[in-house]
Design a binder for this molecule. Structure first.
Ligand code: GLN
Length: 473
């Protein structure tokens, strides 16, 4: 990725052809919810002119000059609809663009379109999209993971070299792992959330997907850094990551939390993870067993805090202001009819759960206790990093991509797909998944977790991991 030999116009044509070929038909990948070949080609023509002018004047065309990037459909754009995979926002157009989108454009990127997702980012398979599921490019009878399944599948299918997603409990890393690409969730506050449709605001973070650690890191360098439009965005400059990629793991202490290798771990995933660890050790890393004992409580805790925040954030979809309105006699009836028709089952389940755990009499039993568990999860990570561990290594998911339909009737089994990714969101720390091999043709990811603002050491270890497992750097 980066400045290449093709003009933006040529890139646009190739991208549109790849999307048309990959997404078409009953068995298509269905990675994109909106892609407009004419719009893309017009944007590319304008970009080529700007790049030509820059060249004449001896200026750089931007770090992503002519690179096509796909956006998860919960990032606001003015020239494409922003639906969040929901009927309630079908055809909705935002009056403004997300900060990350503006930064991509200023770096010379071409926005390839908007990708499919679980409705409002609630799900682990992209089967909760109101606009049909996405299929895994490695096996179209299987899910791509979720909720950023469209972004992961678009990169895996070669439609675009890179994409943005959002990660509240694993929604960048879990689909990246299922699709065999790199997916990076930054430290909470590293990237502006202005223009990211809110789900669980204390956990949501925009993340990057690419074929290599280098691509995911480059994209993060472009989108990160302070933004006065988002008060949760830290007052820090974007990190410098690319110089870290070649430094290797010699002397780094890699912690391996035993709770991430439970009895129920898929045997193929276990084997690949242990092989990757041995390879890191051969490359000079010092591997040290560690313990994060509260890990098994992370999923139940997430299904208190996540729905609580979601029920509040989604109250704005009331038929009065955004998207769908189903008319009725009174305002309350209008709101009820709109939400009944506009939201899918999983979203309704979360709103009910969230309303319940916040209700009078229940709040202390659920929400307050969940906050305590959350603090403990964060403290355990902090203690491990304080003890001299530089990064942690874990499998990204307990098993490879599952068959479509396999878990749609069993929400709890669906939720367990995030068991190794959600603790990181509670701690607000960064993590990245790297492909470490395949089991029966299905990709498996290994996760590198770092302390807060440890993106440099994280990508350093991840790039080394990529090299030792023979990845695509
Ligand atoms: N599987 C998680 C959920 O359903 C994913 C959340 C996310 O990271 N957006 O809530």
């Amino acid at each position: 990725m980066g400045e290449g030999a093709l003009s933006a116009a040529e890139v646009a044509r190739e991208v549109s052809e790849a999307i048309a070929a990959g997404d078409a038909g009953e068995n298509g990948v269905n990675a994109f919810l909106s892609h407009d070949a004419n719009l893309l080609s017009a944007r590319a023509a304008a970009l080529d002119e700007a790049l030509e002018a820059a060249r004449r004047e001896g200026r750089s065309g931007g770090r992503l000059a002519g690179v096509a990037v796909a956006l998860k459909d919960n990032l606001c754009t003015t020239d494409h609809p922003t639906t969040c995979g929901s009927r309630i926002l079908e055809g909705y157009r935002s009056p403004y663009e997300a900060t990350v989108v503006r930064r991509l454009r200023s770096a010379g990127a071409l926005i390839a379109g908007k990708t499919n997702m679980d409705e409002f980012a609630m799900g682990s398979s992209t089967e909760n999209s109101a606009f049909g599921p996405t299929r895994n490019p490695h096996d179209r009878a299987r899910v791509p993971g979720g909720s950023s399944g469209g972004s992961a599948a678009a990169v895996a299918a070669g439609m675009v070299p890179a994409a943005l997603g959002s990660d509240t409990a694993g929604s960048v890393r879990q689909p990246a792992s299922f699709c065999g690409v790199v997916g990076l969730k930054p430290t909470y506050g590293a990237v502006s959330r202005y223009g990211l449709v809110a789900f669980a605001s204390s956990l949501d973070q925009v993340g990057t997907l690419g074929r290599t650690v280098e691509d995911a890191a480059l994209l993060l360098e472009v989108i990160a850094g302070r933004d006065t439009l988002d008060s949760t965005c830290a007052d820090r400059p974007a990190p410098t990551l690319l110089p870290e990629l070649d430094r290797g793991v010699d002397g780094l202490v890699v912690g391996v939390p035993e709770e991430y290798f439970p009895g129920g771990l898929d045997p193929g995933v276990r084997r690949l993870a242990l092989e990757a660890l041995e390879a890191l050790e051969s490359a000079g890393a010092r591997v040290r067993p560690v313990s994060l004992p509260t890990t098994p409580l992370a999923i139940p805790t997430y299904y208190v805090i996540g729905p609580a925040e979601a029920s509040s954030n989604l109250a704005r979809f009331d038929g009065a202001r955004f998207g769908l309105r189903v008319d009725a006699e009174t305002t309350e009836a209008m709101s009820r009819a709109t939400r009944s028709r506009g939201f899918g089952d999983e979203v309704k389940r979360r709103v009910l759960l969230g309303t319940h755990v916040l209700s009078a009499g229940q709040r202390d039993r659920f929400y307050a206790r969940a906050g305590q568990v959350r603090a403990r999860l964060a403290a355990e990570f902090a203690a491990v990093f304080d003890s001299g561990v530089d990064v942690l290594f874990t499998p990204t998911t307990p098993a490879p991509a599952f068959p479509m339909g396999d878990r749609t009737g069993d929400p709890y089994r669906m939720y367990l797909a995030d068991v190794f990714t959600v603790p990181v969101n509670f701690a607000g720390i960064p993590a990245v998944t790297v492909p470490i091999g395949t089991v029966a043709g299905l990709p498996v990811g290994g996760q590198i977790i770092a302390p807060a603002w440890g993106e440099p050491v994280m990508v350093r270890a991840a790039a080394a991991l990529e090299r030792v497992v023979g990845g695509a750097r």
